[in-house]
Design a protein. Structure first.
Length: 345
């Protein structure tokens, strides 16, 4: 069997997968608003790369009407239960020759928090068939928002999520780590203790905590307000990253994002995570709350991605549902042909 590795999110993409908001009982009074936000995210990404928007049967026209006539956005109809493709869509990997495959991990709606979820558990296989990409099956439950990789053998995750008893209670930490290494081609897993305290929906996904921005570079959420519920927790995470080395033995450069954003939505206050962004071909699409600190956060993130255009998209309703721009997207890496290795003659 070929050896595969999950490429970093900044590697070249063929396109982006998204899913149209579906679970009406989740969105409640913000359903109309969240459809506008999903469409805004799709259009922002489509400025950099093609987007495939997956809608449940019978909802394709609704998605097309909201997304407009952007030629870079294609709507297809496939059975789905929910609209968080970071977690239910396949995780794509490449072999040494640039051939693409998709790892189909099991999905249980973040520990059975929503029902039904059987269509979302099956959607990876359907998408891989649609794309003509080979499927690699795994019996382990894993959401893409629970991991970040550098494409060079290093993966970061949180104990709060991956060791939660509602995911893989029959697997030990060592067994979970071994499956990550086997399926995603990583050599080292860095375990952070915490996800977000307020992130009860995903039990602490890493994509609200930190993200690899380049080999050896990690962007980290570090709230500067001592009253923030994650003030101490994110500093504990940062200390682990600071003490760690990656799979190649490098110390990690850390770029702190001190800004946080709490906005009003559905008669309540919700946090928008700036870390929950999508890296596109030539761009970074970042969730914002329409607050003054948005611009400062965008400027910090821009330092982590030189040469890419950083775009903020209002995502308050998406945050109300439990996520951000990263949560509703899944990149399709470009297949590539390996460069021949020179040999001594």
């Amino acid at each position: 069997m070929a050896e595969y590795r999950m490429p970093a999110e900044w590697a070249a993409h063929e396109g982006c997968l998204m899913a149209w908001p579906t679970r009406a009982e989740l969105w409640g009074s913000v359903l109309a608003e969240v459809k506008e936000e999903y469409a805004d995210v799709a259009r922002a990404i489509a400025a950099f790369e093609p987007v495939t928007m997956v809608a449940p049967p019978g909802h394709g026209e609704d998605a097309r009407a909201h997304c407009g006539d952007d030629a870079a956005i294609t709507v297809i109809e496939v059975p789905i239960d929910d609209s968080w493709f970071r977690d239910s869509a396949p995780l794509f990997v490449l072999d040494g020759n640039g051939n693409r495959a998709g790892v189909d991990f099991r999905f249980n709606a973040w520990g059975g928090k929503h029902s039904p979820f059987d269509a979302d558990d099956r959607v990876s296989a359907l998408l891989l068939e649609h794309l003509g990409v080979d499927r690699i099956a795994s019996d382990m439950i894993l959401e893409g928002g629970a991991i970040t990789v550098d494409g060079e053998g290093t993966l970061i995750t949180t104990e709060q999520c991956l060791l939660h008893p509602n995911r893989n209670p029959g697997m030990s930490r060592d067994e979970i780590e071994a499956e990550l290494k086997a399926r995603l081609g990583v050599a080292k897993v860095i375990w952070l203790p915490y996800g977000g305290l307020l992130d009860t929906e995903t039990d602490g996904h890493v994509d609200g905590v930190c993200a690899f921005a380049a080999p050896g570079t990690v962007v980290v959420s570090l709230p500067d307000n001592p009253n923030h519920p994650d003030y101490a927790r994110m500093r504990a995470n940062r200390a682990v990253i600071e003490a760690a080395t990656d799979a190649r033995g490098r110390r990690l450069e850390i770029i702190d994002v001190p800004q946080t954003a709490f906005g009003e939505v559905a008669d309540g206050e919700i946090e928008v995570s700036y870390l929950n962004y999508y890296v596109a071909n030539g761009g970074v699409v970042v969730p914002v709350a329409g607050l003054a600190q948005d611009e400062d956060a965008l400027a910090v993130i821009a330092t982590a991605y030189p040469g890419r255009k950083v775009v903020g998209v209002r995502a308050l309703a998406i945050a109300f549902g439990g996520g951000g721009v990263h949560c509703i997207t899944q990149q399709i890496p470009a297949a590539r042909t390996a460069t021949p290795t020179a040999t001594a003659g």
